[in-house]
Ligand binder design. Structure first.
Ligand code: PEP
Ligand code: MG
Length: 834
């Protein structure tokens, strides 16, 4: 059924009209309302996005949009542009008066009419009212022969000139008028440029005190000129202006931000953005310009949709204040303006139609020309805006060429600042250049956080969108152990941080030396300390740091950076390289844990509302036996002369592990029949990371040789707290007594069944948690390689009976905070000295 959207400045008015329409048409017609629009300081895009989000869920059979006045109409128009072209024709902005139009439309839609009919009825709504009042139809006004034209001269009175932010305000305002509007820098004697092109307006480089001319041609030329005059002479003029140039988008010096500590260590350096990897364009010319032109438009639409999704995701993931939210929206809005810049599209169209360039070649040239214009600007801040153009341009180019969305080459060493990084992006970082990582969103136990930690790169996540305001090159420092971020730190502060970093590095060296010995508790009790790794480089780090083998190879990470799933033979090579790097120690390989926050190139995962509760781990593998069988065969082959163990992820039910084991046995027998060299059947374990598995550990223990307790997922599922969502980060603490009870039950069930149990989530690496795992009776800890020396040292200072008493008491406490206090009060000095 056709839906209705009511956009109004007044919530009461919108609700009232919806009520009236529902009374007349019944409740079946979907009616969305968007009210309480932002004020003059809120970017128009913010309202447009609200409208887009309200319309999107009801758009399937078309939507008629009624907007009351001025800003509501402009925002509704802009919202329409956010839809891909193919969907746009299903959404109609209706000029009918709000109440009459919405009611007529609702009644017609309720009767099952199609979109055109609903719009026509709404537009006719006034006719019957006029007839009822006995009024005559207003005479049709003849179409104007010549559009009015106007001009405006003024001197820019804005201390920073027409920089990105004021330029964006000007362009957005110009977009609200139908008229053609041009802008000219009289002082610099430039030619007039299109005032609806963000790139051209910025490139004019208008400075404070320079004279500009604005010309408008069109039906609303006078209104446009008046609005622009008002913007430039009233709104953009600061009463307390200073003649000292300010950096508009940078925060004031010496400012500090705070995020979530994700990987320890201090890093000091310039803000670096990702440098796009060169995108190779295979075909430069085409005989089918029409097809290429459509191709480009579709890529631009998809790119717009991706940006909207990203914006929504970051907004949801970061606990932001209104201030931060609106400034992030301003950056986002500017990116949309770059994407929709009419001159950019015009240039690409010209290249496609006149020079027969392919869509990718035309778009790349158009983007490069704009970037070159920026790079010739004198003002360094304006020059740095070329990064925004590249960012937007690259998205479209990736869609056009199918290039991998990977862009993590840093030109020089620095601190990588990004909205958020995916595990595959982190996996490809060059630790030589990336001194530290700082992201606006994210959580420490997300897979990106885990990877950052294993690479040993200091990392702070979940800082919030204001991080993204820092321009490239700004000096920052981060402390990945505390989550502190210093912007433009004072030289004294830098000196102090350098000293701290030196001390930390020296301690790390000493600990690494001591970690070459086995982990033995103060009373002689032995606990194996293994590494969680995701590739051969980490395997080497693990060995240097004293690992006694690999507890978990997160095998999916070996695949993430590839375009396709490696073949069985290629997998044999990959696993063998790692087994060799840790020889003669055991290698525990976790079978592919795809899904959740780990997409996999080459496997199309469905869009799921709750991916962590969806098609992940063993569930997916049992549905894709081709993947499972190839990986098992590869591991059995490597296991012929290397101590390989096999571990299944995300087990929730006994029959899953039984089914997986049956497939393993079948493959072992197949290989044996083919005379492939094999050893005995390897040890098989289940990850206990779903509460159901922990509660059924007694039964599960009979089906496996060992348990690996994944505290990251066990905590996420037990506490119902998404491990990637910074808003609920405080809940994802494995020391919550609820989680500890599940761990305790699992270890006890393992002991009763005579199998061994390992604790392997991120909390296996926390010195405060180590006494608890030891006290609960874990046989093994498996953790991020960087933390091994510290954990071994902690173990060496604790007695087992002491740890058991602490663990018993911890199970009776109320909260993770109380557990931490308990451990600190009993072992404070021991732990702090490690
Ligand atoms: C866990 O869930 O604790 C675990 C070790 O696996 P991952 O973090 O890879 O999900
Ligand atoms: Mg897990």
């Amino acid at each position: 059924m056709v839906g209705i959207a009511i956009v109004s400045h007044s919530h009461t008015l919108a609700v009232g009209i919806r009520e009236l329409a529902a009374q007349m048409a019944g409740d079946a017609v979907p009616i969305a309302i968007v009210a309480d629009l932002g004020g003059p300081d809120t970017p128009l895009e913010v309202d447009a996005v609200k409208i887009y989000q309200a319309i999107a869920p009801i758009e399937s059979d078309g939507v008629v949009v009624f907007a009351d006045l001025g800003r509501a109409v402009a925002a509704a128009k802009r919202a329409l542009e956010l839809f891909p072209a193919a969907r746009r024709c299903q959404i109609r902005l209706c000029a009918a008066p709000l109440a009459e139009g919405a009611i007529a439309a609702a009644v017609t839609a309720a009767g099952g009419a199609e979109l055109d009919r609903v719009v026509a009825e709404a537009e006719n709504a006034m006719t019957s009212k006029l007839a009822q009042l006995g009024a005559h139809d207003p005479p049709d006004s003849p179409p104007p022969e010549h559009f009015p034209t106007g001009q405006l001269h003024l001197t820019l009175d804005h201390s920073t000139g027409l920089h990105a932010r004021p330029a964006a305000q000007l362009v957005k305002l110009a977009f609200q008028f139908e008229s053609d509007i041009t802008l000219e820098n009289i002082t610099a004697r430039t030619a007039p440029v299109n005032a609806k092109s963000i790139n051209q307006v910025i490139a004019l480089g208008v400075r404070d005190g320079e004279e500009i001319a604005i010309a408008a041609t069109g039906a609303d030329a006078a209104a446009a000129l008046e609005a622009l005059r008002h913007l430039l002479t009233e709104e953009l003029t600061s009463p307390n202006r200073s003649r000292v140039p300010q950096r508009l988008s940078s925060p004031p010096p010496d400012r500090s931000l705070r995020g979530i500590p994700a990987a320890g260590g201090i890093a000091i350096g310039p803000v670096m953005r990702c440098e796009p990897a060169a995108i190779h364009i295979e075909t430069q010319h085409t005989e089918h310009p029409q097809r290429e032109w459509e191709f480009l438009q579709r890529a631009r639409d998809s790119s717009r949709a991706q940006m909207l999704d990203l914006h929504r995701e970051i907004g949801q993931r970061c606990a932001v204040t209104d201030r931060v939210g609106s400034s992030e929206a301003a950056i986002f809005a500017t990116h949309l303006l770059h994407l929709d810049d009419p001159t950019l599209m015009e240039r690409a169209r010209e290249l496609i139609w006149e020079q027969h360039h392919t869509a990718a070649a035309a778009w790349k040239t158009a983007i490069e020309e704009v970037v070159a214009t920026y790079e010739h600007l004198e003002d360094p801040l304006l020059r740095s805006r070329s990064a925004d153009v590249w960012d937007v341009g690259r998205r479209v180019l990736q869609l056009l060429t199918g290039a991998e969305p990977v862009c993590l080459l840093l030109r020089e060493p620095g601190i990588l600042v990004a909205p958020e990084l995916t595990p595959s992006e982190i996996a490809q970082l060059d630790p030589e250049r990336v001194l530290g990582i700082c992201t606006a969103a994210g959580c420490s136990i997300s897979h990106s956080g885990i990877l950052g930690r294993s690479l040993g790169i200091p990392m702070v996540v979940g800082v919030g969108p204001e991080l993204l305001h820092l321009s490239g090159g700004t000096a920052i420092a981060i402390d990945g152990g505390t989550g502190q971020v210093w912007v433009d730190p004072h030289p004294d502060q830098i000196e102090e941080l350098r000293r701290r970093r030196e001390r930390q590095l020296a301690t790390a060296r000493d600990l690494r030396q001591a970690a070459q010995n086995p982990a033995v508790a103060a009373d002689g009790h032995r606990l194996r300390v293994m590494a969680n790794i995701s590739g051969v480089a980490e395997a080497r780090i693990a060995m240097q740091n004293g690992a006694e083998g690999v507890g978990i190879l997160r095998s999916e990470f070996l695949f993430l950076a590839r375009r396709r799933i490696p073949s069985e033979d290629e997998q044999v090579e990959l696993y063998r390289a790692i087994a060799n790097a840790i020889d003669p120690h055991p290698l525990g390989v976790r079978i592919l844990d795809i899904g959740g926050d780990k997409p996999m190139p080459g496997i199309s995962l469905p869009d799921e509302d709750n991916p962590f509760l969806g098609w992940r781990g063993i569930r997916l593998l049992l549905d894709r036996p081709d993947l499972l069988r190839a990986q098992l065969r590869a591991l059995l082959r490597v296991g012929c002369d290397r101590p390989v163990k096999i571990l299944f992820p995300m087990v929730a039910r006994l029959q899953e592990i039984r089914a997986a084991r049956d497939i393993l046995t079948e493959e072992w027998e197949n290989l044996r029949r083919q005379n492939v060299p094999l050893s005995e059947m390897p040890e098989v374990g289940a990850m206990v990371e779903v509460p159901a598995a922990a509660l059924m550990a007694e039964r599960l223990a009979a089906a496996v040789d060992f348990f690996s307790i994944g505290t990251n997922d066990l905590t996420q599922y037990a506490m119902a707290a998404d491990r990637t969502n910074s808003k609920v980060a405080a809940l994802t603490d494995a020391l919550e007594p609820a989680v500890l009870r599940l761990v305790a039950e699992t270890i006890a069930a393992a002991k009763r069944a005579g199998i061994w149990a390992s604790v392997c989530g991120e909390l296996a690496a926390d010195p405060v948690a180590v006494p608890i795992w030891m006290g609960l009776g874990a046989h093994e800890l498996s953790l991020n390689p960087q933390a091994i020396p510290m954990v071994k040292m902690t173990i060496s200072r604790i007695r087992r009976d002491e740890a058991e008493a602490i663990a018993r008491e911890a199970l009776q406490l109320e909260s993770a905070i109380a557990v931490r206090e308990l451990v600190r009060s009993r072992l404070g000095l021991t732990i702090n000295n490690c």
